[in-house]
Design a protein around this ligand. Structure first.
Ligand code: AMP
Ligand code: MG
Length: 362
């Protein structure tokens, strides 16, 4: 497997001291590993002690959610469900039940393009703890026989999860990080933070408010083919941005590229899509949508978006030398000639203090 860059995005965060309405607030940032990537939290706080308090609160919550939702941890609630739900209806807690319900609702609405039962496909194609590989016909047939969101039955009255047959396996890799960011921002807001950006390995980020004196948190979206170049630059304020990219995990065979995002309806990695970026009001939705719309592509994706949720989308397909861009309500200019973010027509960056996100590799 080749992992070009783990991160899907480069975020440039600007805090202009000159326009700062709350001069007593300072920007603090902290990065810690979680959920197979690195989470970074940027927030404005009065002093280091207060910032450290917020970081503890936030990272504890991320750890809690990983312990509940990870299918890499045998002790997680998700693993407990996966190991028992084919034999009996398993009662789960309200938090997990609500998330499964939401995810399965997106499966219905996307006609199965988004499907948290992809677990067996992830394994068959060697992406679970592995480097990716072409499965045998038998392995593929076995996986395809159990993948399908209709194989999971949820009963709201008893809050139970039941699989129709053995082998069904839930994988929340396409939604867990977004969900964690929503919970973190909720906690930080309750604790009194007014301005923060939480970032899950740059594939999903969520902004609370804006840096003091600014309109929002500026985030650069890199080109899939050349990640030092920006393809667009957006301002996030009480909004989330997620990117799904074919370059995050993939292997090549006989001139074809096989990535870690599957079209569950055919049991194969999605071809011909490089990157899909979504802006939505919350990170659970943007995370789900970036994966769903990566699978659906622009035409079917726009059909889905016509009936909500409210989102803005940038699809990138094509070859590195000839990128094809497609949009849905995208708010900001794009840089069709792969120009540098410093040429943003909207906001000259001079005199701005900035923090540049680093690329992470697993
Ligand atoms: P993301 O990077 O958010 O697009 O999530 C990709 C991860 O979601 C993969 O590593 C799989 O664990 C899982 N996944 C792959 N394809 C799908 C799909 N069609 N629907 C839901 N989850 C998927
Ligand atoms: Mg996702």
């Amino acid at each position: 497997m080749r992992t070009l860059f783990k991160s899907a995005l480069v975020a440039l965060l600007f805090a202009s001291a000159a326009h700062c309405q709350s001069p007593s607030l300072r920007l603090f940032s902290e990065t810690r590993p979680a959920m197979g990537t690195k989470f970074t939290i940027h927030l404005f706080a009065a002093d280091e002690r207060k910032a450290a308090e917020y970081f503890e609160l936030a990272f504890d919550e991320i750890d809690r959610i990983e312990e509940v939702l990870s299918n890499y941890r045998p002790s997680s609630e998700l693993s407990r469900i996966n190991s028992r739900a084919a034999q009996e209806a398993v009662t789960t807690d309200p938090e997990v039940f609500a998330l499964l319900r939401l995810a399965l609702d997106f499966s219905r609405r996307s006609n199965g393009a988004f499907d948290i039962t992809v677990g067996p496909l992830v394994r068959a194609w060697g992406f679970f703890r592995g480097e990716g590989r072409y499965p045998s016909a038998e392995e593929l047939a076995k996986a395809r026989a159990v993948v399908g969101w209709k194989n999971v039955q949820l009963d709201p009255a008893s809050r139970t999860v039941h699989y129709r047959f053995p082998g069904v396996e839930l994988d929340l890799g396409a939604v867990g990080k977004g969900y964690a960011l929503d919970r973190v921002i909720e906690l930080l807001r309750e604790a009194g933070v007014q301005s923060a950006l939480v970032d899950a390995g740059s594939s999903t980020m969520l902004a609370l408010g804006a840096p003091p004196g600014e309109e929002g948190w500026r985030v650069q979206i890199p080109q899939p083919a050349n990640r030092t170049q920006s393809v667009s630059s957006v301002l996030l304020r009480d909004a989330s941005l997620s990117t799904s990219g074919s370059y995050e995990k993939f292997f090549r065979l006989n001139g074809r590229t096989y990535c870690h995002i599957f079209d569950p309806r055919i049991g194969e990695p999605v071809q011909n899509m490089l990157q899909t970026t979504v802006i939505a009001s919350d990170a659970t939705t943007s995370d789900i949508l970036s994966t769903a719309l990566f699978v659906l592509g622009p035409a079917a994706g726009k059909e889905l978006l016509r009936s909500g949720p409210d989102a803005k989308v940038l699809w990138i397909q094509g070859e590195p030398q000839a990128l094809q861009l497609d949009f849905w309500r995208w708010p900001d200019p794009v840089f069709p000639s792969a120009s540098s973010p410093r040429q943003s027509p909207r906001r000259p960056l001079a005199d701005r203090q900035f923090v540049q996100r680093r690329f992470f590799q697993r």
